[in-house]
Structure formats: structure tokens, C-alpha cells
Design a protein around this ligand. Structure first.
Ligand SMILES: [Zn+2]
Ligand SMILES: [Zn+2]
Length: 84
């Protein structure tokens, strides 16, 4: 009976080490930090943002859409551009 327990614990240790090796190689569910703006979008240009996995450092970056002018009475309230 003791022998079965010993075999079982070796088996469990094996499983655990396989799991931790997988984690080291990025085979895990990434745990991302909140989006961080790396380039702010403006009226006429898109921006960029990125998020980083806190476990393995994997970076995902994506473009953010440009904001577009916000014309009030023919003038943009954000950048001051005139409406044509
Ligand atoms: Zn990760
Ligand atoms: Zn504008």
C-alpha cells in the first residue's frame, strides 16, 4: 500500500513540473494589466495602446481610432481647427 502512495506522489510531482514548465513557456492564460495609452489619439490621428501580461511580459499593442473634430459653431473645441 505504501508503495502505491509513493508512486502516486511521484506521478503528482511529474504533473506539477509539466504544468510549471508550460507556464514558463507562455502556455498559459495571459494575465494582462489594464490598457496603457502609449500614444494619445487626436482629432486627425489615431493613437496606440498596449497591455502587458504580468506573468510573462507578453505585450499586445493595438491602434486606437482617431477622435475626429468636435465642431461647435464652425470651430473644433478640441484643437481649434475651423470647419471648412
Ligand atoms: Zn503571459
Ligand atoms: Zn479637432
Amino acid at each position: 500500500m505504501k508503495r502505491i502512495v509513493a508512486i502516486f506522489s511521484v506521478f503528482m510531482v511529474g504533473i506539477l513540473s509539466i504544468l510549471s514548465i508550460a507556464a514558463c513557456q507562455g502556455q498559459h492564460e495571459h494575465s494582462f494589466s489594464p490598457w496603457e495609452i502609449t500614444k494619445s489619439a487626436t482629432c486627425e490621428q489615431g493613437g496606440k495602446r498596449q497591455k502587458v501580461c504580468t506573468v510573462c511580459g507578453y505585450v499586445v499593442s493595438e491602434d486606437t481610432p482617431m477622435l475626429g473634430h468636435n465642431f461647435v459653431h464652425g470651430k473644433c473645441t478640441d484643437c481649434g481647427a475651423s470647419e471648412e
